[in-house]
Design a protein around this ligand. Structure first.
Ligand SMILES: [Zn+2]
Length: 474
């Protein structure tokens, strides 16, 4: 089951990070599908949308999302799956929600992986002594206590690996040095690299961090071992060191590394957190906003996914404060243990399987909370037309784009894959992967005004979908 999670994780990432085209294709089609009456109805939400935007961007909520997020990540820091910091952070956000007079809060326990990083050190021994910065990848096994010392072979892609002679790989350290294209495409060297190298006889493997840009930071992330393959340690190194080692080996010189990596693995109990602002007419019907509360063990998890958590926290809080109770229930979910395989999302889907047909629409923010630009939407033509019409209301903040996707977010794909429509936050996140899974994922990445825009947009979109007379079709 665990491996299934991880494999899916890889696939979902590939889908979710390679978005399809922007549709500005017109609404002629949509006009026909929606009809004048529904278009008029959606247009009538202009004033309530303005009320929400004003309250969040200029009013009492201005700066609040940033401040709440900063308090949270400064207090708890990184919140890896299976740690006390994560559980304490869950208790804190529940407490903080109760202070907003929202009491409809449920947590659901589940077993989560707890992979814990110990000492990690790589030294280049030949052709000269140099420290190589490293972050082990999630679930990596340890090296023996004395480390692994071996010659390096640099591999650009899996084709090159498969075409290599076994004697060129056996007993060596494979360094993957793929050209970064997209996170989804390049990420396979991180998620599958150890197993593929081990199958050819490598004794350890390293991967060039999955990012287009670096100031000497390694990027960690999840990886998985295939069954029936010897498990070998795997870590991520910086772009700078990967390039250095490639240049040296290309000149025909031998590079020898000593890798020492210690880690431990067990399981713990964690919780998904569910906050409901009950609907006034159809409380059983759900419009979900969500993000994941766990993070990697480096940085503060402010961007991944503290921002997603706090704009999703803001939605019921803002609606409550403005006394806006939509027809349907607005539910915030803070998924646990996303980073090690969408574990919380799978548990939720399974536990609620009999009632998930009540999910009218599900949203997730997990690719940054920079300035919102619109939504990436999974659903049929009719549902996209409705969402597209709603998004037109957000032209004033430049957040009207609708991007078609099959997988609007890693966690919610578990649910949208069953045919339920959903959306991810499309935002100006060109720099997202610069910071992703590094020590650099701190409050410094976040911007108070952009978070205000994100909270306002997220809240208003959720409100309108939860309040309009029609369900989102599937
Ligand atoms: Zn994330």
């Amino acid at each position: 089951m665990k491996n299934y999670y991880i494999c899916l994780l890889g696939i979902i990432f590939i889908i979710s990070y390679s978005h399809a085209k922007v549709i500005n294709k017109e609404f002629d089609i949509c006009r026909e599908i929606l009809g004048e009456e529904l278009i008029r109805e959606i247009g009538s939400y202009e004033s309530v949308k303005d009320e929400i935007l004003k309250y969040v961007i200029e009013g009492d909520f201005k700066g609040k999302t940033y401040n709440e997020l900063a308090k949270f990540v400064d207090k708890f820091g990184a919140r890896p799956s299976g740690t006390e910091a994560l559980e304490n952070s869950i208790d804190y956000i529940i407490e903080r929600t109760r202070e907003e007079d929202i009491d409809n809060i449920v947590t659901e326990e589940l077993e989560v992986p707890h992979w814990s990083r110990g000492k990690e050190k790589i030294t280049m021994l030949q052709p000269r002594i140099k420290n190589i910065s490293v972050l082990g990848l999630g679930r990596s096994i340890s090296t023996p206590p004395e480390g692994i010392t071996a010659e390096v072979v640099v591999i650009r892609n899996f084709d090159e690996l498969e075409n290599s002679k076994e004697e060129d790989i056996r007993g060596k350290i494979v360094i993957y040095d793929p050209v970064y294209t997209t996170y989804g495409e390049t990420g396979i060297y991180r998620t599958q690299g150890a197993s593929r190298a081990a199958a050819k006889g490598a004794i350890a493997s390293l991967v060039r961090s999955i990012t287009p840009f670096s100031i000497y930071s390694p990027h960690t992330g999840a990886q998985t071992y295939d069954e029936n393959v010897t498990k070998i340690p795997i870590g991520a190194i910086t772009l700078e060191d990967a390039d250095l080692i490639r240049r040296i080996t290309k000149r025909g010189e031998r590079v020898v590394l000593k890798i020492e990596m210690i880690s431990s693995y067990d399981t713990k109990i964690s919780r998904n957190t569910i906050i409901d602002l009950k609907g006034r007419e159809k409380p059983e019907s759900l419009v979900i906003v969500s993000g994941h509360i766990d993070s990697w063990d480096v940085g503060q998890g402010a961007m991944d996914d503290g921002g997603g958590i706090f704009i999703s926290w803001a939605a019921p809080v803002i609606l409550k404060r403005l006394n806006l109770q939509p027809r349907r229930t607005v539910r915030s979910i803070f998924w646990t243990a996303e980073e090690l395989g969408l574990v919380g999302a799978y548990a939720y889907e399974e536990k609620h399987r009999d009632e998930n047909h009540n999910i009218n629409f599900i949203m997730e923010s997990d690719v940054g909370t920079f300035a919102p630009l619109g939504l990436t939407v999974a659903g049929n033509q009719e549902s996209r037309c409705i969402i597209g019409e709603i998004l037109k209301l957000f032209k004033s903040i430049n957040a009207s784009a609708l991007i078609e996707t099959n997988s609007p977010g890693p966690d919610i794909a578990v649910i949208t894959n069953t045919g339920i429509p959903g959306a991810g936050l499309y935002n100006a996140n060109e720099k997202y992967f610069w910071f992703h899974h590094t020590e650099g994922d701190t409050m410094n990445v976040e911007d108070a005004h952009e978070l205000d825009l994100g909270s306002a947009f997220w809240t208003a979109v959720a409100y309108i979908i939860a309040d309009i007379s029609v369900d989102i079709p599937r």
